[in-house]
Design a binder for this molecule. Sequence first.
Ligand code: FES
Length: 118
Amino acid sequence: MNDRPLHATPQRVWFRRADGTGTAASWLTVTVDGVPVRVREGDSVAAAVLLAGNKVYRRTLVGNRPRNPFCWMGVCFDCLVEIDGVANRQGCLVAAREGMRICRQTGLPELEAMQEND
Ligand code: FES
């Protein structure tokens, strides 16, 4: 059991597994924004995105505001992510599978480019 307080971040470990063991019967490899990430069988896509070291999970379409998963049960939609080319999937409700390609949704680049030209 890890007895470090939850607010302590001297090593910049933003997220860790609740059981602290890191052991699993089966490991999977997915990619998050092209970076390979090892996750345990049964981990959600949202967990994979955070385990990849992303402090900001996604950004909103309007305002480019940072968002992270909030409810972890399909209610808040703050975990929207692209999975294998399909956008707007709820990462908290989808279990990671071997080889899954996950991309964070970070606003609308086309709109950002348009705003820069104004
Ligand atoms: S974290 Fe709220 S819907 Fe996924």
